[in-house]
Design a protein around this ligand. Sequence first.
Ligand code: HEC
Length: 93
Amino acid sequence: MPVGGVVAKPTFSIGDDGQAFWETLFLMEKAGDGASPETNDWIYTAIMPDGSLMGRTLGENSDGMAFCAACHMGGGMDTDDLLFMAPEYRVQD
Ligand code: HEC
């Protein structure tokens, strides 16, 4: 991912009434080399459905965001810590 690149993952659930409602918005932003060595220079942000900030790497509640990188860096794959949806769930042409 080039520096400045952002990947956003909105999430939702389905309530007992069958209606969808928003859940957490997950963001990954690629920072410059050395900006955040512990997270492989990814800035992780999580925003709650009410718009409040759960946390942000190097910002508010940065320690609370460490679990993001722990999982994303744990794949051991050569994908720059991007994990991607399983192919069957991706938009098809
Ligand atoms: C337990 C493992 C785990 C944790 C913890 C985790 N993620 Fe992920 N994340 C995944 C997986 C697996 C995918 C790909 C599948 C999907 O989108 O559900 C993903 C996808 C994403 C994506 C879309 C880009 C991609 O890699 O496919 C973003 C953005 C993201 N996560 C941000 C975050 C943030 C921010 C946090 C912390 C608040 C976080 N993740 C915590 C496993 C995790």
